[in-house]
Design a protein around this ligand. Structure first.
Ligand SMILES: O=C(O)CCC(=O)C(=O)O
Ligand SMILES: [Fe+2]
Length: 313
């Protein structure tokens, strides 16, 4: 034992001599009086760090999954993963937009007459087509506010498959829209204009809302229709330029106010097609393949626009 101690001392002494020979001074030597810190448990520190990391991931995982789910799984009017979708959509055959310079405008059209146009690739306006809709007299901000406030689970239905679109408005949910101060609801002077759209998915709301309008009766009898419809309402700003991520053609009844539509071909057809603007008046129905025409809207200053929009095809 004593021999081992002596031998260890000799070895430490040799190490010190080498250290001094290599330039370490006395003061620095004192810092190495204990080369290892016996009390410092390196392993347990590493373990603690790992534990904190795992707990942090476990805490954040539900939030990460929630964000990913919302981001990737939307099958909707405007996909939230818009750039990915735009970059991967199939290229269009530009025949769809060649020579389209204005909408086809129809009056008092029958189903038989409409058949010829039903799947046109350009915009169509059927004038004065929603006279019989109760919606033209009874749809307004207050009516939808009441409906959503009175129906249990109404707002939650927008998280489960129906989309809320705020376009350029600083309102991020339908609940916020229905909680705006009265002056802003009416877009009084000095108030920020607002414009939003959303899908009615809640079965009770859907069945009530459908009592106020009819799917246009001149659409082809063999057409398929969407199980939901969207409402767009508000002032001035309208919808930003976008393509829709839907499976059929779009129809939209202009219940209140007027609307200016700007449409543009997809970029790969820019060299053969042009964009155009058209005006839709209260009472009209507009038809457009919003999957291949970029579209944006504006509402004339001072007007409140409300529309019912759905799909056919
Ligand atoms: O009516 C609007 O303002 C926008 C409508 C729209 O984007 C659509 O119908 O696809
Ligand atoms: Fe759209």
């Amino acid at each position: 034992m004593r021999y081992r101690k002596r031998s260890l001392k000799k070895r430490i002494c040799a190490v010190q001599k080498t250290a001094i020979a290599n330039g370490l001074n006395n003061f620095e030597m004192k810092q190495f009086d204990l080369i290892c810190d016996y009390n410092h448990n390196d392993k347990s520190e590493k373990f603690n760090k790992r534990l904190i990391f795992v707990l942090l991931i476990l805490f954040l995982l539900p939030w990460i999954l929630f964000v990913l789910n919302n981001f990737m799984s939307a099958r909707c009017l405007v996909p939230s993963n818009y750039l990915i979708w735009e970059a991967t959509r199939p290229l269009a055959n530009c025949a769809y937009c060649e020579n389209v310079t204005k909408p086809i405008v129809l009056y008092n059209v029958t189903r038989h007459e409409f058949n010829k146009y039903a799947y046109s690739t350009g915009p169509i306006i059927v004038k004065n087509a929603i006279k019989s809709w109760r919606a033209t007299k009874e749809f307004n901000y207050k009516m939808f506010k009441r409906l959503y406030e009175e129906t249990g689970g109404s707002y939650e239905s927008l998280d489960d498959g129906c989309q809320f679109l705020n376009f350029k408005t600083d309102l991020f949910s339908l609940k916020e829209v229905f909680n705006m101060p009265e002056e802003r609801v009416k877009n009084e002077p000095g108030q920020k204009p607002w414009y939003v759209g959303w899908g009615n998915c809640h079965p009770e709301i859907l069945s009530k809302v459908r009592q106020y309008y009819n799917v246009p009766d001149f659409l082809p009898s063999d057409a398929e229709f969407s199980g939901t419809e969207n409402i767009f309402f508000g002032y001035e700003i309208g919808a930003v330029m976008h393509l829709d991520y839907i499976s059929r053609l779009m129809w939209q009844g202009q219940v209140s106010g007027n609307k200016i539509w700007s449409i543009a071909p997809v970029p790969e057809c820019d060299h053969v097609c042009n964009g155009l603007e058209f005006y839709v008046e209260k009472g009209d129905i507009v038809f457009l393949d919003t999957r291949i025409w970029y579209h944006s809207t504006r509402i004339p200053a001072g007007e409140f626009s409300l529309t019912v929009q759905s799909e056919y095809g």
